[in-house]
Design a protein around this ligand. Structure first.
Ligand code: THU
Length: 136
């Protein structure tokens, strides 16, 4: 499958992925849709925990699922989040830990779509980031 889907379609997949969120503590459901270079889409949703810190964001669920499936080249991710059962907020940018995870596997021009009309590159959202180039 080499035909890439549009940003809008990817964002709508992130919106749909919110349905799988487990968020009894914050009530914030988040969905992510990650597009690979081959045109495949991996989705994820946030999974919370009563001890709070083990909570995993939607973006990392999508990334780790893709990585575990052998994927290594990524083009874009869409993120949608907001109060559970309500439409996604106009903008829901990824947290710093997720940006760091993205920097492990993605190039600087990796596209991050965080709203129907909001997008940026990884370099813009994580300037001067620490990555494997600093490890000799
Ligand atoms: N969350 C995400 O899934 N992705 C982000 O980038 C930011 C936050 C989740 C974590 C938690 O379950 C809820 O949103 C509220 O912070």
């Amino acid at each position: 499958m080499n035909e890439m889907i549009s940003d809008r379609e990817l964002y709508l997949k992130a919106c749909e992925a919110r349905d799988a969120s487990y968020c009894p503590y914050s009530g914030i459901s988040v969905g992510a849709a990650l597009l690979t270079a081959s045109g495949k889409v991996y989705t994820g949703a946030n999974i919370e925990n009563s001890a709070f810190s083990p909570t995993v964001c939607a973006e990392r669920v999508a990334f780790f699922t893709a990585i575990h499936s052998g994927e290594r080249e990524f083009v874009a991710i869409a993120v949608a989040g907001g109060e559970r059962g309500k439409p996604a907020k106009p903008e829901f940018p990824p947290c710093g830990i997720c940006r760091q995870v993205m920097s492990e596997f993605c190039k600087k021009d990796f596209k991050i779509i965080f709203g129907m009309e909001a997008f940026s590159t990884l370099k813009e959202l994580l300037p001067h980031g620490f990555d494997k180039d600093f490890i000799v």
